[in-house]
Design a protein around this ligand. Structure first.
Ligand code: SAM
Ligand code: SF4
Length: 345
């Protein structure tokens, strides 16, 4: 095996073999897209007239559960549900309850990323099922701008959902995609708002995934530039706080909160990648930015759950070293035709 990255400590796995890729990275984090559908059409994520997959192709809860169990028995400690919008999948709490029952029996954490529109309805149920922290994506606090970015969302629903989640005792982190000329004037106010409410706040660089509704080159805003701007106005103290993801965090002294930076474009974070992503139709992608995948739905439907273990070994052989995202005028189109909502953000 060629170890290109410095070997991290490999966590032992009770009763099973850990999942380790060709480069010595241990995979212990699974992101599951439970649907490619969404009630919003965010301009950087989807096109206005997005074609969604036929529901018959989507994995059943039973199948997701079987795949999740195969991962947990190979050392997966954290599962994040995403999409599309995970909370628009019918009866989603049934799946959350099933997966939540594995917390403490191999699984450390079950969490989700949501646009927040359905949180008022689901926050209590999520907390009851063992979810402790969630990420809510919110790119603006301005009502009209929110409608423009999401093309159809109502910010009131999201803010009300955020209140409901906080009332249910969930810890929240707000994720904001920073876009030049779209919402870059709101970064400081949003950070102050999030920290004022005791939420984490993370900035994300736009990635070239799928044909969408904005000029990605014009709106691309390197977070290095933003961090320098914030550092001229606030005291940013680097921390070693990690949440098992790619974000790097600073403590902001004036607002008393953490700010995270997810910089897939300007800083390649692949060397510490510990995750793989399952699409709503059961394809396991080893990297958000590459095409390598193993079709676990085919494996499951052809040979049953006992065949998953060998499929995970095959998947580990396919995990690429990293993504090759490039975004400039000569590469203005998407790096991949696959939208973020398909692979699961
Ligand atoms: N619907 C949920 C939501 O919006 O939180 C979950 C799925 S969404 C695809 C997950 C995250 O991906 C969101 O924070 C969204 O802002 C982000 N995202 C979507 N497309 C992106 C892109 N092209 N570049 C960077 N982030 C993107
Ligand atoms: Fe939907 Fe999330 Fe994509 Fe927005 S970012 S369109 S809310 S999946």
């Amino acid at each position: 095996m060629t170890l290109l990255f410095s070997q991290r400590d490999i966590e032992p796995v009770a009763g099973g073999r850990p999942l380790i890729d060709r480069f010595g990275r241990q995979i212990n984090y699974l992101r599951i897209s439970v649907t490619d559908r969404c009630d919003f059409r965010c301009v950087y994520c989807m096109s206005e007239h997005m074609q969604f997959l036929p529901k018959s192709e989507v994995l059943s809860f039973e199948e997701i559960d079987q795949i999740a169990l195969a991962f947990i028995s190979r050392g997966t400690r954290k599962i994040r549900l995403t999409g599309g919008e995970p909370l628009v999948r019918r009866d989603i709490l049934e799946l959350v309850q099933r997966l939540g029952s594995y917390i403490g029996s191999g699984l450390d954490e079950l969490t989700l990323t949501t646009n927040g529109s359905q949180l008022r309805r689901y926050a209590g149920g999520l907390a009851d099922a063992g979810v402790r922290r969630i990420n809510v994506s919110l790119d603006t606090l301005d009502e009209a701008r929110f409608r423009d970015i999401t093309r159809r969302g109502r910010i009131g629903d999201v803010l009300d959902g955020i209140d409901a989640a906080a009332e249910a005792g969930l810890q929240l982190k707000i994720n904001m995609v920073a876009m030049r000329g779209v919402n870059d004037d709101e970064i400081e106010p949003m950070m102050a708002w999030a920290h004022g409410r005791g939420f984490g706040f993370t900035l994300i660089e736009g990635m070239p995934l799928g044909e969408v509704g904005i000029d990605r080159v014009d709106s691309y805003l390197p977070l290095k530039e933003l961090r320098a701007r914030l550092a001229s106005r606030y005291t940013l103290e680097p921390t070693d706080h990690r949440t098992g993801g790619p974000a790097r965090y600073d403590w902001v002294k004036e607002t008393n909160g953490l700010i995270g930076f997810i910089t897939p474009m300007s800083h390649n974070f692949c060397e510490s990648c510990n995750r793989v992503r399952l699409t709503a139709t059961g394809q396991l992608y080893m990297c958000l930015g590459q095409e390598d995948m193993v079709d676990l739905r085919d494996v499951l439907r052809a040979d049953g759950p006992s065949a998953l273990d060998a499929a995970l070994d095959r998947a580990m052989q396919l995990k690429p070293k990293g993504h090759d995202f490039v975004l400039d005028r000569t590469h203005a189109g998407p790096a991949l035709s696959r939208h973020m909502s398909v692979t699961g953000g």
